[in-house]
Design a binder for this molecule. Sequence first.
Ligand code: GLN
Length: 270
Amino acid sequence: MKITDPVLRKELTDILEAGGIEDAALEAQWIAEDIPDAEKAREIARRRAQHEPLQYLLGTWEFYGLTLRVGKGVLIPRADTETLVDAVLSRLPQTPKPEIADLCTGSGCIALALKSQRRDAEIIGIEKSHDAMQYAVINEMHLSLGVQFFHGDVTDPAVYGLFRGLDAVVSNPPYLTAEDMRHLQPEVTYEPETALAGGEDGLCFYRIITEKWKGALKTGGLLAYEAGIGQADAVAEILRANGFTGIEQIADLNGIARVILGFKDEQSIR
Ligand code: GLN
């Protein structure tokens, strides 16, 4: 923790409290630490008091021990998603150079975290939003891990048709329901709708990706998803209906079934 001016910190805390920010003192501390110029720090606190996400205002956020650039146009990496990274790492084959595709990669957080732990893996992150993809590319430039990023729509046959024999397909797709989208927290309304909305029941991307990408996996290959609260059983059922076996649900740190994964069986119909 850096030493910060207690008078300024108190002033920032008051600004944040007036805007109804829950952890005002803690956020004031973070802002004071990150923004040395007092007037700029006050301006950031005023914007934060309007519920702009702190992550966008600071411009960087930690994920899986990596410092990632974030800003308007890209989904902010969530701590829940670290559960998906852990699950994939512990189930990846020990064979050298596993090939992995991270679909709807956004900031690149999953792809970059996987690569930081499995340096021999060949990882490609695919993203359809130009704005989001810019962050992924910048994050790779800063971290130099060697992840490739590819601009494309994962539901497009011209994209999934390019891949064969992958060891793993990983995704945290948009999964909020139409009802969720009508009741977003003020902070989440600043994030791109295309990174959040997963159709009427939130499951649209699980159906499409499971069906279209199983042909890109090798036999025994891993398909692993993050899902929203209450969606795990339905996602597991989509995997089962597509012939995946060894299906598991894994809870996040809050005990919510967050990761659903399975393996492509020899019997899986392409
Ligand atoms: N976890 C995000 C939220 O609840 C949603 C991200 C997603 O749809 N993949 O706001």
